[in-house]
Design a protein around this ligand. Structure first.
Ligand SMILES: [Zn+2]
Length: 175
């Protein structure tokens, strides 16, 4: 099946964010551009890198759906990180950074998708966060993974890199 779904367990089905492959790339790019700008702590940077790893040019089209519960949360900083992502989405909705994309995102698709993503994040409960999800993800990262070596950035987009490179550069090369 083509497309990706972002969801949260236990929420009504209509809250799931079901997107085409193209819209998924655009959503991730919009979060990446703004989150990279706003992230100050390592934990904020990690959340953005994790999202940017949902890079379909690198891992395959239609294979990047996820539950927001699987993001590498830290129970101790959930509230700060939720508010960081709220600011990231709000800035993305103001079309910040869109000029760095080599195409014009569809506002009527992207804006409601950002809103739905935010809604899912808002429903997360601290008690549901798996205590080891952050450590497990970090343990999987190789020594030269950007999350373990100072969070390098793309010189062109100023975005945080992943083990696959820059999600936006990869998208440009792929098309
Ligand atoms: Zn780039």
């Amino acid at each position: 099946m083509m497309g990706n779904v972002i969801y949260l367990e236990g929420q009504p089905e209509h809250t799931a964010l079901s997107m085409s492959n193209g819209l998924t790339d655009t959503l991730i790019s919009a979060l990446l551009l703004n989150g990279s700008q706003l992230a100050k702590t390592d934990q904020e940077k990690r959340l953005i890198v994790w999202l940017a790893e949902k890079d379909q040019s690198a891992v395959g089209m239609g294979t990047v759906g996820f539950s927001v519960l699987d993001m590498p949360w830290d129970r101790n900083t959930l509230e700060q990180n939720r508010s960081f992502l709220r600011r990231t989405v709000e800035q993305a909705k103001m079309r910040r950074g869109w000029e760095l994309l080599d195409y014009q995102p569809s506002e009527e698709l992207l804006l409601p998708s950002l809103e739905k993503f935010l809604f899912l994040i808002a429903q997360l409960k601290q008690a549901d966060i798996q205590p080891d999800c952050l450590d497990a993800w970090l343990a999987e990262a190789a020594e030269n993974d950007p999350v373990r070596c100072g969070f390098p950035r793309c010189p062109k987009h100023h975005t945080l890199l992943t083990v696959f490179g820059c999600q936006i550069c990869n998208h440009e090369l792929f098309r």
